[in-house]
Design a protein. Structure first.
Length: 454
């Protein structure tokens, strides 16, 4: 039996929780990374049996024709044609390769919702220097007891060969997004059932503190500042978050600056199922980025791997010639701008602990093996009924070798409302600065007042 599974069984018998001792791997296991079997971040290198998923061959290694540095991304797969389209009429034919939440969207919107399926392109990659870190630190990083934190963490993917659900989730939380810091601008649009929406424009800055020379916060994963730039009624409000590696030792800290009141206050609700900022109640604090924050309120089961259709290579959602009204329609985004591909995902089942509180009693996560980004989440209410489904539309920022989400959408299957996060089509130019190097002095409660716009 695998030694890590034996350790899990022993921990369970001792009542210590299955995540104890399920962390760092042996040097023999780490040696598999980047070999014939596994990619440098732990995905299966080979394609699937029928060739519908190709082998990973390094991702996008050359800049596509027409790309100009500092401008919007060019779609490197613009010549791909739709293989087939899943509709309400044929969804049962493909249901075994969809999540229950995805199937529910066809039933909720039978006349308009479609899923165009394209050839699968394993476009993701990271810098070689990051691959080296992942391989080195795979033998060093551990989980704290209960899985609610990391120790001896340095690389972006702490558990490239996971054997527990919480390890997979930590891979998503800490996945590679920048060498040190990033700054970006985007909208969030809560959409009513009739398609009406009022976009909220955000500007965000983040420093991944654990990777920063001279980091003054040894336990920080990142420090994060979010400003609202529009509409006028919200302009100037600022959110500050300090996210920690070991949340047993030190839980998340958050503060808000209210421009109208001109005061800074602690914001303990910016966690778990607290309402998401400016989301009209359509999302929780911990489902931004499909999941963020402490995993301590759930039991995490690693179900295994599965092939499903997930949003991928969503370059059409980044087009500068589109208006938000072109994309955002009643019920869902316009399918003509979406792209789905068949990929392998890790399936993780999160069940709310008996003594914990959360509006989601169960969540099923589908995590892309090539990026460790969560691609799809099915959310269930306290009665066990499917309530909400969320998707992350992945794109590769090939000029800096960063996989990220072009847009995330969360659909309330009961009310018919949804929220879209991440679009930037009407903002000028390229809205990501991966070379951002901030000053930690700007990420303190005392600095919030200066960050306010009015």
């Amino acid at each position: 039996m695998n030694k890590r599974l034996m350790a899990a069984g022993l921990a369970s018998l001792l009542g210590l929780g299955s995540s104890l001792a399920l962390a760092k791997v042996s040097s023999e296991q780490a040696a598999r990374l980047g070999g014939e079997e596994l990619t440098p971040i732990g995905a299966e290198r080979a394609g699937n049996a029928d060739g519908s998923i190709p082998p990973w061959e390094g991702g996008i290694t050359e800049l596509p024709a027409g790309y100009t540095e500092g401008e919007r991304l060019v779609n490197p797969f613009a010549e791909d044609e739709v293989l087939f389209t899943i509709t309400a009429d044929n969804v049962e034919q493909y249901a075994d390769k969809l999540s229950p939440g995805q199937v529910a969207l066809f039933r909720r919107y039978p006349d308009t919702y479609q899923m165009p399926v394209y050839p699968s392109r394993r476009s993701a990659n990271l810098p070689d220097s990051e691959y080296e870190l992942i391989k080195e630190w795979a033998t060093k990083t551990d989980l704290v007891a209960g899985g609610n934190g990391l120790v001896d963490f340095r690389a972006s993917i702490p558990f490239p060969i996971p054997e527990s659900g919480v390890e997979v989730i930590w891979n998503h939380i800490t996945r590679y997004r920048t060498p040190q810091g990033v700054k970006r601008r985007y909208i969030q649009a809560p959409v009513q059932a009739n398609g009406a929406f009022a976009p909220v424009l955000f500007e965000e800055e983040a420093i991944f503190a654990n990777r920063f020379p001279g980091n003054p916060y040894p336990n920080r994963l990142f420090v994060f500042l979010q400003r609202i730039l529009a509409p006028a009624r919200l302009e100037g409000d600022v959110l500050l978050v300090h996210e920690n590696l070991n949340q047993v030792k030190e839980p998340r800290s958050a503060w808000v600056y209210n421009a109208g009141q001109r005061r800074v206050r602690l914001a303990p609700s910016i966690a778990y199922d607290g309402p998401g900022v400016a989301s009209d109640g359509l999302r929780t604090a911990d489902d931004l980025d499909l999941f963020n924050g402490a995993p301590d309120r759930y039991d995490w089961e690693l179900v295994g791997k599965k092939e499903i259709y997930i949003p991928y290579n969503a370059y059409a959602l980044r087009r500068g010639d589109l208006k938000y009204t072109d994309i955002i329609k009643p019920g869902h985004m316009d399918p003509q701008y979406l792209r789905y591909e068949l990929h392998r995902v890790w399936v993780v089942e999160a069940t709310l602990k008996e003594d914990a509180r959360h509006i989601y009693a169960r969540r099923t996560f589908y995590v892309d093996e090539d990026t460790w980004q969560i691609a799809v989440v099915d959310h269930y209410d306290g009665r066990g009924e499917l309530w909400r489904v969320k998707e992350g539309h992945k794109v590769q920022h090939y000029q800096v070798q960063v996989p990220w989400i072009a847009a995330e959408s969360l659909h309330d299957l009961i009310s018919g409302r949804y929220v879209v996060i991440g679009l930037d089509n009407e903002e000028s130019g390229y809205q990501y600065d991966f070379g951002y190097v901030g000053d930690f002095d700007d990420f303190t409660p005392a600095a919030l007042r200066r960050a306010g716009r009015r």
